[in-house]
Design a protein around this ligand. Structure first.
Ligand code: MG
Length: 232
């Protein structure tokens, strides 16, 4: 596949793997009309594992990240749903509060799976974040969030999350009806994987722990830099 257009579209310019312990950026681009796909979420993470089959990264507690905020600096969630995606936004640097998050992604999957713990490593749930397959570049991976998410619990039950935001994103023109159908069918494919209790749910990642010698990755000044795959 290497060298074909299909491979480039999901792998960007990056063909080599990162080593465990390396720091990369896990980023999302804003798909709101008129913002030209600017990065609005950037999370510095440590590579746990990077193979042909899986990219696993750790976002440590307290990591300084970039998140979208309203123009006045207020939380996006405070904006009423009807105008949440059309109100003017900017970005802000803020430290991640709460426990760390383990993110797992199979190359090409239109979702990534996040693991959440409570204090004392009390495992809470998996979270399937529906998103475009990640594009790899020298500094990390880029994706676009698809609003709809799935929570998966240790008893293997699951539920859709953020249906309201998914519907509003369509009404606000961030997703066409065709794209929304694609997102829903990606979610249904994830649900099949959950029902079959395939990887990564069956892989025991809830017992994984970060290397205690790891430091918290630093958010670089140029967190929003444009990778070569977007300019060539
Ligand atoms: Mg999401």
């Amino acid at each position: 596949m290497k060298g074909t257009d299909g491979a480039r579209s999901t792998r960007g310019t990056r063909d080599t793997h990162w080593a465990p312990g390396e720091h990369i950026l896990w980023r999302y681009r804003d798909q709101a009309p008129g913002v030209d796909g600017r990065v609005h979420i950037c999370r510095p993470v440590t590579v746990v594992e990077d193979t042909e089959d899986l990219l696993a990264v750790w976002m440590a507690p307290g990591t300084e990240c970039v998140k979208p905020v309203l123009a006045d600096g207020g939380a996006v969630s405070r904006e009423p749903l009807a105008t949440r995606y059309t109100a003017e936004r900017t970005t802000a640097r803020a430290h991640w509060s709460g426990e760390g998050v383990l993110k797992l992604a199979r190359p090409g999957d239109p979702w990534s799976v996040w693991l959440f713990w409570g204090p004392g490593w009390d495992f809470r749930n998996w979270y399937v974040n529906l998103e475009t397959p990640r594009v790899r570049w020298d500094g990390g991976v880029d994706s676009e969030d698809h609003f709809l998410d799935i929570a998966v619990y240790p008893d293997r039950s699951w539920t859709w999350l953020d249906e309201d935001e998914f519907a509003q994103a369509q009404r606000s023109g961030l997703m066409s009806p065709e794209e929304a159908l694609g997102v829903r069918s990606a979610g249904l494919a994830a649900a099949e994987l959950i029902s079959a209790w395939g990887a990564p749910f069956s892989s025991g990642w809830q017992d994984w722990r970060p290397d205690p010698s790891w430091c918290v990755p630093v958010l670089p000044e140029d967190w929003d830099r444009t990778p070569a795959y977007m300019t060539s």
